[in-house]
Ligand binder design. Structure first.
Ligand SMILES: [Zn+2]
Length: 397
């Protein structure tokens, strides 16, 4: 029977889920994203975003590849406390065999197979426009003897100010509990430990923004990759943080959810006894939507036909969900043995029809010519699917 492995993996598990994490991070103190080793990088990454009705607004970018690099290092650090990998696996020499490589991907660099990442990091744009969000510091070299300013403008650097908000989205595709936990571990510990920003005594970090339902985080989980409720996604052009707060306040609001379905041509019936909505189309019952505290479930059918389609966790309950999965990651690492993982590994390779001699894997093919990678299907290729060397360099150590 498939999925009967001691060490599970979303690629072969019948229990794999899709998870979308939408969270707003805000800066505490002045920050720069990255690890601070890029000494000559004193300019903040920015982007011009088109706005409705014409024109542009300039936003600060918290790049998905930087966030991903920092996360991966944090996951490696915990993994290495439990596992003695042979060969060792580290950035940039990823082994392509270990559990984290099969979750976060690996670029073949001319040999072996590519592994697509199943954790997809979108770049985040600041809510506040860049002219408000960025401070420029001019560093002079004051003359110690005569107290003159000395050589002015010797060096200038840009820093992101405090209270700048970054709505982030991360998609975890076909993952099992420990894999959700690996991401959860990275997110929670990196926010807590200020690791998304350059380390320096005078610089701050990030924290989860707060709203009326607690922290601004929504975690949507689907068993089959179907999400009847829309993910909370802040438009790139949004410059009003009050509107962002409202979007997160609406996420658990059954009345708002009812309106959302009615706009799509469905009818909603309220069942007062059970405090739930039934969504119907032409008298056929499609879904049942129920709210319990900060958790919303969307289900389908009854009795033997019953299926849970989607669960939404909001605010502190979302954090609780992630904390619980973080423990699953630890349990996975504690239960890891080379033999058990080799069984999982051969099941993965069997399923992907992976042929080591040709280096061909599903959806990705070994590079051709002068060692440069090329995806088999250019249309499928996105920055997120294959980790490049550059993005992995930008994490903090
Ligand atoms: Zn590895």
């Amino acid at each position: 029977m498939p999925g009967e492995y001691i060490l599970d993996c979303g690629l072969i598990s019948p229990n794999a889920k899709t998870v979308i994490v939408s969270a707003v991070l805000e800066t505490v103190g002045q920050v720069r994203f990255g690890d601070g080793t890029e000494v000559n990088l004193t300019i903040t990454e920015k982007d011009l975003v088109p706005i409705q009705g014409g024109g542009f607004v300039e936003k600060v970018v918290f790049s998905g590849s930087k966030r991903r690099g920092v996360d991966r290092r944090t996951i490696h650090a915990l993994r290495n406390q439990f596992l003695a990998l042979d060969p060792p696996c580290y950035i940039p020499k990823l082994c392509g065999q270990c559990p984290t490589c099969w979750l976060f991907g690996r670029a073949a660099m001319g040999e072996g197979y590519n592994i697509k990442s199943r954790v997809l990091y979108a770049s985040a744009l600041s809510v506040e426009p860049a002219d408000i969000a960025v401070a420029v510091h001019n560093r002079n070299a004051p003359n110690e003897l005569d107290h003159t300013t000395g050589e002015a403008g010797i060096h200038s650097e840009e820093l992101i100010k405090a209270n700048v908000h970054f709505p982030t989205i991360t998609v975890l595709d076909r993952v099992v509990d420990w894999e959700i936990g690996a991401f959860a571990h990275a997110l929670l510990e990196n926010v807590n430990g200020n690791r998304y920003t350059a380390a320096s005594a005078r610089q701050g970090g990030v924290r989860f923004s707060e709203g009326e339902n607690g922290k601004l985080i929504v975690v949507d989980v689907s068993e089959r990759g179907i999400f009847p409720l829309e993910t909370v996604k802040v438009p790139g052009e949004e410059t009003d943080f009050e509107k962002v707060l409202q979007m997160f306040a609406d996420a658990p609001d059954l009345q708002k959810i009812k309106e959302f379905f009615e706009r799509q041509g469905f009818t909603c019936e309220y069942d007062q006894t059970n405090n739930l909505y039934t969504v119907k189309k032409d008298d056929g019952e499609l879904w049942t939507i129920k709210r319990e505290g900060s958790k919303i479930t969307v289900t389908q059918g009854k009795d033997e036909n019953f299926r849970a389609l989607m669960t939404r966790y909001i605010g502190d309950q979302a954090l609780g969900f992630l904390r619980e999965k973080q423990e699953d990651f630890k349990l996975f690492l504690e239960g890891y043995t080379v033999d058990a993982w080799n069984q999982t590994l051969s099941a993965i390779k069997g399923k992907l029809l992976l042929n080591e001699s040709t280096g061909e894997a599903q959806g990705a093919r070994r590079s051709r010519g002068r060692g440069r990678r090329r995806a088999a299907n250019e249309e499928e290729r996105t920055e997120e699917q294959l980790p490049s060397e550059s993005e992995e360099e930008s994490g903090s150590s």
